[in-house]
Design a binder for this molecule. Structure first.
Ligand SMILES: [Fe+2]
Length: 378
């Protein structure tokens, strides 16, 4: 039994975000903004988005009249948030519209905290303060992976470390999932962001937090990813597969309100210290993490295997499938191939231990375990 004492605890379940989904859904943006009486959003994005067809479509819809802040880094920093908050004030904006991958979305959420309390630095964020009345936030992802569009947290790099700002007030007022916006995403990024979604579904399903609604969502997310991700990698213009991946990524994002596991704790330092893309880092740490967990909790991944389409799978078959699947979409295993050096393992393990994701891992991990997992994934 996964959760032995469910009747003795009180749980809260909430799925509040309005999501508009479908090819061409972006054209509904003006009417959705009108419903919220929004006139002048600040578009928050990164420089890589500006030359894309997706951004051109947004500019067509906005008439090019909304201020744009496009300096968000791949791993957004407190300075990015400061710069965007200044652009918001300068542009006399009334809301934040984040457009892009997980980084602009995370930065977009955090800007509103700075606007509400300009004297409080992000590093001193305090959940207990009053965060009501934040500027409205609209999330329009152009990748399918992070699920940040439906999350209540924002991951910002401060003092060389990824820090999580969490508050229900960070939720988006609405989300637009338009598969046409992801059609031009290169195969490599499609695979990496998709691997992030895969990891969210697996780690949230096996996390120790009681949330059977999210468990069901995570398993259906896996079902979609197993079928759609290879198709989306192979043919970016397959809008059916692109749409299924957007939905699956959002489902992964919803599911991980029950938190994640050790693969994410291992992958966060690989981004901050070694510059790895978050999704790629997950692809490199997930199989070793699953081996570690399954050795201590036999049967943990049976239903994951079923969701992925395997017939009567055990842990071994499920983990072998995940390895094969990740390689099949072009994510070569082995940290050694991505510039990670064994001399970094001790510092990586230090940061991984300080990361909170492993606290909901199905089995507890020590610093020694984390170091050994880096060695295994090497
Ligand atoms: Fe992630």
């Amino acid at each position: 039994m996964k959760h032995a004492k469910i009747a003795t605890q009180i749980s809260t379940f909430s799925f509040p975000t309005k999501i508009l989904f479908g090819a061409g859904a972006l054209s509904s943006l003006p009417s959705l903004l009108g419903e919220l009486k929004i006139r002048r959003p600040l578009i928050v994005t990164d420089a890589g988005i500006l030359p894309t067809g997706a951004f051109t479509r947004l500019q067509e819809i906005s008439g090019g009249k909304w201020p744009v802040y496009s300096e968000v880094h791949a791993n957004p920093t407190a300075e990015d948030v400061e710069g965007a908050a200044r652009a918001f004030r300068r542009g006399q904006c009334d809301s934040v519209l984040a457009f892009g991958g997980g980084s602009p979305l995370d930065a977009g959420k955090a800007i509103r905290l700075r606007l509400k309390r300009p004297k409080l630095s992000l590093a001193k964020f305090d959940f207990a303060l009053d965060w009501s009345g934040l500027a409205p936030f609209i999330a329009i992802p152009t990748t399918a992976g992070t699920g940040s569009e439906v999350g209540r947290s924002s991951v910002i790099t401060m003092d060389g470390r990824k820090q999580v700002l969490f508050h229900p007030a960070l939720l988006a007022a609405f989300v637009i999932l338009d598969p046409e916006l992801t059609a031009a995403l290169p195969a490599r990024l499609t695979a990496a962001t998709g691997a992030d979604a895969l990891t969210h579904c697996i780690e949230s399903y096996t996390s120790t937090v009681y949330h059977p609604l999210c468990d069901g969502i995570a398993l259906e997310g896996l079902h979609l990813i197993a079928r759609a991700l290879p198709r989306a990698v192979k043919n970016g213009n397959d809008l059916e597969a692109r749409g299924q991946m957007q939905i699956a990524a959002t489902m992964g994002g919803i599911a991980f309100q029950k938190d994640l596991g050790v693969a994410h704790s291992l992958s966060h330092p690989l981004s901050t210290m070694c510059g790895l893309h978050h999704g790629t880092a997950n692809a490199l740490t997930l199989p070793a993490s699953m081996d570690f967990n399954a050795a201590r909790r036999p049967g943990l991944y049976r239903r994951v295997g079923v969701a992925l389409g395997l017939n009567d799978p055990d842990d071994r078959a499920t983990i072998a499938f995940v390895r094969w699947f990740l390689e099949g979409i072009g994510l070569r295993p082995g940290l050694r191939h991505y510039g990670v050096k064994p001399a970094q393992f001790a510092a990586l393990a230090d940061q991984a231990l300080a990361d909170s994701c492993h606290k909901t891992n199905p089995v507890p991990v020590t610093k020694k375990d984390l170091r050994r997992l880096y060695e295994t994934a090497y």
